[in-house]
Design a protein around this ligand. Structure first.
Ligand code: G6P
Length: 630
């Protein structure tokens, strides 16, 4: 989604701003831009704001700034993922405020970039237009630029403070003013924003993600909800929500590991492929240090003891979006079967708006790779507002808003995931959720030491088991050659593997643009069978479990309609390849953990099908990695 980078420096900051945008590209965007203070580098230049914007890739923006000689020591930059207004240059950020009566078209006084959505933008726009402000875009963002301008009387910080007080919605902003060449002001509410403390020359940075500053500074301050930050050469100043400008807020400076290694592709063609192959390591990192099942694994950063919470709760409510939602769906089967705890899984964007019956004794579990997904955060806050205070997150980013806002946490160690289609985040979430299941089972007296030992042994074996599944890649490639010619596909699974079928279908549609749907196999006769022809491949996840015989009947139903089956079969299922049935035999594995293994060939199938169709695998059209707006 949208990305922000900003800086106050003594050197030409444009290459660093553009490089920052390049590091945020993976999040998804459709236009980009940069604005600088022309006189900030060279005081002999006339004071004024310069900008370059593009609907092409950030690499083209770089060429444009070089050709147009856009340089300066103070600047802000942005990647935009369109919400209000089409992805066109006039809607790209930074937006300039054109002062009242400024008909010449020359830039006005304020330049601003924004992540998030302003809900009251229409009424603000009408009020500003009535005062003579001229709008040149369809964005909600331009409203903020004019609003800051309307409040400006010599101090940018005060103007931003007055402007944000009028905003409803979510925002992270970075703002410059023509008359203050060495100053950038930021503010956040509902969208992430961090401050990067420079390591020399008095420079400081703003960004929507610490990753944008990798290699520039590792000294990061995570701004809190409602914070405003004033960046000047050699100093920064943070003011918390509702405070007067004279009382700075203290925020810890953390050393955050630069993710430079994650940006290297190594021998892989795409990040998604790299991330699929990183799964054995990601799982072993996620399970590192887990010697036994103890509630302390889930203790909160603020010292909240998980064992107390686990004793109190009588059910689980899982909230998540996208792939994370599907890991929650799989966990429901574990939680009910192994821990005997009633579990409900809800799509966060639905839960937050529906009338539900709160249970204060429920453990609210949010699952999120990024920890910043707007709907999941809002769903958590909604649950809290209904009196549900037992909260736990399974999250891949220890410094995220989600981890800060939940009482308990398990941090997965997938490492940075760049490909928009989530892979290693999913399997590490499943590993965290399986551990949670065991910890809850133990606290409810439903886990014997023998069971614990068996589960743990199987978990430790997962990296090796995953390697064996990854070795199936050549067979999956031959399936992908068939799929690349199709426009539809059906995925079937039963029980614990139905969520895996859902995830397989999601992967295929996200990156190959093939329409794919997943059904619990027992539902086949109730509708989807009508679609089955030789042009509708049917992927079946067929582990050797209690439902195997029923699944075999479903497969017969498909064959009888000339449907072609692609089956992931366990070694002992006795399902063989024959006319219209293509079988990939899965290596032997531990039954309860089979979702982690069965999903891997489905990830590879989507990946190789997309490659064969020539799509932009890591940045699929219209999608974003981190959905920080509703
Ligand atoms: C976006 C991403 C998905 C991800 C979902 C939830 O849609 O493209 O890959 O599953 O958001 O993200 P989260 O960070 O909350 O897991």
């Amino acid at each position: 989604m949208c990305g922000i980078v900003g800086a106050v420096s003594m050197r030409n900051i444009v290459p660093i701003l553009v490089q920052g945008l390049q590091r945020l590209e993976y999040r998804g965007y459709d236009s980009c831009g940069v604005a600088v203070h022309a006189s900030s580098l060279d005081a002999t230049r006339p004071a004024g704001l310069q900008r370059a914007r593009s609907t092409a890739r950030v690499a083209e923006l770089l060429e444009q700034v070089q050709t147009d000689r856009v340089d300066g020591a103070t600047g802000i930059a942005h990647t935009r993922w369109a919400t209000h207004g089409a992805p066109e240059v006039h809607n790209a950020h930074p937006h300039f405020s054109h002062g009242t009566g400024d008909a010449s078209g020359t830039p006005g006084r304020v330049a601003l970039v924004h992540n998030g959505i302003i809900e009251n933008h229409e009424e603000l726009r009408a009020a500003l237009q009535a005062r003579g402000y001229v709008f040149t875009s369809q964005t909600d963002t331009e409203v903020i630029a004019h609003l800051v301008d309307s409040h400006y009387s010599g101090d940018l910080f005060e103007a931003v403070q007055a402007a944000v007080a009028q905003l409803h919605g979510a925002y992270a902003i970075a703002v410059m003013h023509r008359d203050e060449p060495h100053r950038v002001v930021g503010a956040r509410a509902g969208s992430p924003l961090i401050l990067g403390v420079g390591t020399g020359g008095g420079e400081h940075f703003l960004a929507s993600d610490a990753m944008a500053l990798a290699g520039v500074t590792d000294q990061i301050v995570y701004l809190e909800e409602g914070d405003l930050v004033d960046l000047q050469l050699g100093r920064y100043w943070i003011v918390g929500k509702g405070r007067e400008a004279l009382t700075p807020a203290q925020r810890p400076v953390r050393t955050v590991q630069a993710h430079s290694g994650a940006a290297e592709l190594g021998p892989y063609r795409h990040y998604m492929q790299k991330e699929i192959f990183e799964q054995p390591r990601a799982i072993s990192d996620t399970l590192e240090g887990v010697e036994g099942i103890v509630p302390e694994l889930f203790d909160g950063a603020d010292g909240t003891a998980a064992w107390r919470v686990f004793k109190e709760i009588d059910s689980v409510l899982i909230l998540a979006c996208g792939t994370s939602y599907y890991s929650g769906c799989a966990a429901k089967y574990w939680l009910e079967e192994i821990a005997g705890i009633p579990t409900q899984v809800e799509v966060a964007s639905e839960y937050r708006y529906r009338t539900s019956v709160p249970n204060p004794r429920s453990l609210v579990v949010t699952i999120t790779q990024s920890g910043e997904t707007a709907d999941t955060l809002a769903a958590l806050r909604h649950a809290q507002s209904l009196g549900m205070q037992h909260t736990l997150t399974i999250c891949n980013v220890a410094t995220s808003a989600m981890v800060r806002e939940c009482k308990l946490a398990y941090i997965t160690r997938a490492g940075v995931e760049i490909g928009v289609a989530s892979t290693k985040a999913f399997t590490t979430q499943l590993a965290g959720l399986f551990l949670l299941t065991l910890a809850l089972a133990q606290s409810k007296g439903r886990l014997t030491p023998e069971q614990e030992a068996a589960h743990l042994k199987a978990m430790r074996h997962l990296p090796v088991a995953l390697q064996a599944v990854l070795a199936l890649e050549p067979q999956v490639i031959s399936w992908a050659e068939d799929f690349a010619r199709m426009e539809n596909a059906l995925f079937l699974g039963r029980g614990l593997h139905y969520p895996i079928a859902l995830e397989g279908a999601l992967k295929l549609k996200e990156i190959s643009y093939i329409h794919a749907e997943a059904y619990p196999a027992g539902e086949l006769k109730h509708g989807p069978l009508a679609l089955v022809t030789s042009a509708m491949p049917v992927v079946t996840v067929a582990p050797n479990d209690a439902l195997l015989e029923k699944l075999k009947s479903n497969m017969q139903e498909v064959r009888a309609r000339a449907g072609v089956l692609y089956v992931l079969a366990d070694a002992d299922t006795r399902i063989e390849s024959s006319e219209g049935i293509h079988v990939i035999r899965m290596p032997e594995h531990y039954g309860p953990l089979s979702p982690l293994l069965h999903v891997v060939p489905l990830q590879l199938l989507a990946y190789h099908t997309a490659c064969a169709r020539g799509t932009d695998v890591d940045k699929p059209r219209n999608l974003a990695k981190s959905v920080t707006v509703e």
